[in-house]
Write a protein that binds this ligand. Structure first.
Ligand code: OAD
Length: 240
C-alpha cells in the first residue's frame, strides 16, 4: 500500500510549552534583544562576545528542557505515513522526541561551523569539547580543527542564504498533507513554503494566533496550542 507523504513545518511555537521562548510573542527573544545586534553576520564581527553568549544561553536552556506532547505525538504519524519534518527551530526537540526525518532550515544550536567553510566544516560541539566540563558551550575564540579559522554558531543569520530551502520545497511539492505548527510565518523563505504545496493537498495550521488565509486552498485552521491541537490532529489522521 502506498503511504501518503506528510510534511510538517514547525516553528518556535511547538517548543514553547517545553519552555523554549518564541521570537515574536510578547515575551519573545526579539522583544528583549535586537536582531541586528545578534543574528547577523555583521554582529558576529563587531559584537562577537554577545552573539556567542546569546547562543550559549540558548544551548544551556536546551539542556534543561524536554520534548513536549506535540513533538512526541508527531512521531506516531510515522506508523502510517511517510513523514518529513521541516523545522525553523534550532533546538533538537524533534530529534529527542524520536522523529526520523528532520530538515533544519535555520541551523542547529548544538553545532558550530567554520567562518570560512560554513557548509563543509561543521561540528557537533560535544565532539569538539570531548572531555571538557561544559561540552555544550562554544568558546569565544574556538578555532576550526580542520583549517584553524574562527568557529561560529551553526545558525542561518538574517540576510544569509538558507541552504536547505531547496530540499524543503521538494518535500512540500510531493506532500499530500501539509501541517504547519507554531510559526508566525514572518520569516522568508520558510514562510513561502506553503505556497509550493499542491492545490489539492490537505493543509492544517495549528497556532493559537492562526488566521484564515484566502491564498491557501484546503486549509483547516486549528486555533490551539500545540500540545492540544497536535494530539487532536494526529488522532484524526491515524483513523483516516
Ligand atoms: P515566532 O516567534 O515568530 O512565532 C511563534 C509562533 O508560535 C506565533 O505564531 C505564536 O502564536 C505561536 N505559538 C506560541 N505559543 C504556541 C504554542 N504553545 N503552540 C503553538 N503555537 C504557539 O517564531 P517562528 O515563526 O518560528 O530564526 O520564527 C521564525 C524564525 O525567526 C526563527 O526560526 C528564528 C527567528 O528569527 C533564526 O533564528 C534564524
Amino acid at each position: 500500500m502506498n503511504r501518503k507523504n506528510i510534511v510538517i513545518l514547525t516553528g518556535a511555537g511547538i517548543s514553547a510549552e517545553s519552555g523554549v521562548p518564541t521570537f515574536r510573542d510578547s515575551d519573545g527573544l526579539w522583544c528583549n534583544y535586537k536582531v541586528e545586534e545578534i543574528c547577523t553576520h555583521d554582529a558576529l564581527d563587531w559584537n562577537r562576545p554577545v552573539v556567542i553568549d546569546f547562543y550559549n544561553q540558548r544551548r544551556k536552556q536546551l539542556d534543561e528542557v524536554q520534548p513536549n506532547k506535540a513533538h512526541i505525538e508527531l512521531t506516531k504519524l510515522e506508523t502510517k505515513y511517510n513523514v518529513n519534518i521541516v523545522t525553523q527551530n534550532v533546538d533538537d526537540l524533534h530529534e529527542r522526541a524520536g522523529s526520523s526525518n528532520i530538515l533544519h532550515l535555520h541551523g542547529e544550536l548544538r553545532k558550530v561551523c567554520c567562518t570560512s567553510h560554513p557548509d563543509d566544516h561543521v561540528f557537533k560541539l560535544e565532539t569538539l569539547k570531548h572531555g571538557e566540563k561544559e561540552t555544550w558551550k562554544q568558546g569565544e575564540n574556538d578555532k576550526c580543527p580542520i583549517c584553524g579559522d574562527l568557529l561560529r554558531p551553526y545558525i542561518v543569520f538574517f540576510n544569509e542564504a538558507v541552504p536547505n530551502i531547496e530540499p524543503a520545497v521538494d518535500l512540500v511539492q510531493k506532500a499530500e498533507i501539509l501541517i504547519i505548527i507554531g510559526t508566525s510565518l514572518q520569516v522568508y523563505p520558510a514562510a513561502s513554503l506553503m505556497y509550493y504545496a499542491k492545490s489539492d493537498s490537505v493543509k492544517y495550521l495549528i497556532d493559537p494566533k492562526a488566521e484564515p488565509s484566502s491564498r491557501v486552498s484546503n486549509l483547516t485552521i486549528i486555533k490551539e496550542k500545540a500540545t492540544i491541537g497536535v494530539p487532536q490532529l494526529v488522532d484524526k489522521l491515524l483513523k483516516e
